[in-house]
Design a protein around this ligand. Structure first.
Ligand SMILES: Cc1cc2nc3c(=O)[nH]c(=O)nc-3n(C[C@H](O)[C@H](O)[C@H](O)COP(=O)(O)OP(=O)(O)OC[C@H]3O[C@@H](n4cnc5c(N)ncnc54)[C@H](O)[C@@H]3O)c2cc1C
Length: 392
């Protein structure tokens, strides 16, 4: 019997699921609102833990996994807190030696997740609403008036999920109270010297007065992505080593609202960072001076509030659409990929037994458990290190 899965959103989770389903021989169609992978800035470095790495091993075919392995940086697993005079306040150097801690570039990973399944992904398709028919099949309606039908609809449409708004309208997304200005410093022979050895660990927070902070984290490609991609016949976009450089503070610290910050250009955001760090250690000022203004964008940090389990239907959710979490967890993407791997297994069972509800219930039971646990862990981490509000 034919079995068709509709996925809304071609982010990390949606594309990961599509790769898994394609490998399992299940028909899948992905609908993405943006016109292309590169049409919107979404961030730079992603920390990939053992859940993320294990999920990718199950989702990606071997030739793509090899490119992933060749381009994934392996920073020292230490996490460091320095003060704005660059004195060490805290270092967690004794991380579990068996733990996986990779530093990957988001766009490189997204290109790998799209490779080979381009025919299953339609860009420029924004979901408006869906309906579940009497026979359990689902119809997706798009803003351009078109529609698509499938046995199961998966919401992989991120933190502002249109599917979640319709399906679980009581689920809330809240402001954590922290705003972040996100950018990158290209790593060259000259700029490398601005960073202490500690700062090449997995993440370093430099704390300033009034709860401000600057976070830095390296992305160093063992093999340049363009070269690694070419070995597998892929034309990946060129990108060189960099340090992410993010300035953050509580919303009360900023003179402007989140909307005003979001509307600012890179030069304006750079001016805020420069002024805020004006009397910090000269090397921090140099780091900020080398942060490329054009790379900067503003981000209010948000989190979901965990909810109780809901009755299972032929509509399900994965990733930020259901468990958006503070980036202080460093595991939102990994959890989305973990969902994609689990859901691939569940949908494989569903296609074989012609019983999507039992399989989806098993997926949702597990996902609700580990997904909301990660949300809570992110909230605690964010409260401790970034000054976030506690979860309501
Ligand atoms: C600054 C920052 C740093 C982070 N660092 C890390 C990290 O180091 N490690 C980690 O594991 N996680 C990290 N995360 C979290 C991670 O980015 C997210 O958890 C992850 O992207 C979620 O993947 P997703 O597929 O669920 O959603 P997304 O990647 O957001 O994808 C959703 C997709 O759905 C599309 N879409 C939205 N609405 C519609 C619609 N109506 N119709 C069609 N398409 C739609 C969007 O355009 C988008 O492409 C970080 C997040 C931030 C903000």
């Amino acid at each position: 019997m034919s079995f068709r899965v509709i996925v809304i959103g071609a982010g990390l989770g949606g594309l990961g699921l599509a790769q898994g389903l394609r490998r399992a021989g299940i028909e899948v169609a992905v609908y993405e609102r943006d016109s292309a992978l590169t049409s919107r800035r979404q961030g730079y470095r992603l920390h990939i833990d053992s859940h993320g790495r294990d999920a990718l091993e199950r989702l990606l075919p071997p030739h793509l996994l090899r490119v992933f392995g060749a381009t994934a940086g392996l920073p020292d697993p230490r996490f460091t807190v320095l003060n704005h005079r660059l004195e060490r306040v805290f270092i967690q150097a004794d991380a579990d030696p068996a733990a996986v801690s990779l530093a990957v570039d988001r766009l490189v990973l997204r290109q790998l997740l799209l490779a080979g399944i381009e025919d299953a992904v339609e860009f420029g398709k924004e979901l408006r609403r869906y309906e579940i028919q009497c026979d359990g099949r689902v119809v997706a309606h798009f803003t351009d008036g078109s529609r698509a039908e499938g046995d199961v609809l998966v919401a992989a449409d991120g933190v502002n999920s249109a599917v979640r708004h319709q399906y679980l309208s009581h689920a809330r997304i809240v402001d954590t109270g922290v705003r972040q200005l996100y950018g990158a410093v290209p790593l060259t022979d000259r700029t490398r010297n601005l960073f202490d050895e500690d700062m090449f660990g997995v993440f370093t927070v430099i704390t300033g007065p009034e709860g401000t902070y600057l976070g830095v984290a390296p992305v160093q490609f063992p093999v340049p992505p363009q070269r690694a991609g070419a070995m597998a016949g892929l034309g990946l976009l060129p990108v060189s080593d960099y340090m992410t450089c993010s300035f953050g503070a509580r919303r009360e610290w900023f003179a402007d609202s989140a909307d005003t910050l979001r509307a600012m250009n890179g030069t304006q955001l750079h001016a805020i960072m420069t002024a805020a760090t004006g009397d910090w250690h000269p090397r921090v000022r140099e780091i900020v001076a080398n942060c490329v203004p054009d790379s900067l964008f503003a981000l209010p940090l948000r989190t979901c509030v965990p909810i109780d389990p809901w009755p299972t239907t032929s509509v399900t959710l994965l990733g930020d659409a259901i468990h958006a979490m503070s980036p202080a967890a460093g595991s939102g993407a990994c959890t989305a990929l973990r969902d994609a791997a689990r859901l691939t297994a569940a949908l494989t069972d569903a296609a074989a037994d012609d019983d999507p509800i039992t399989a989806l219930r098993a997926y949702e039971t597990a996902m609700i458990d580990y997904g909301f646990a990660a949300v809570r862990a992110g909230a605690i981490n964010g409260q401790r290190h970034l000054g976030q509000d506690p979860l309501p």
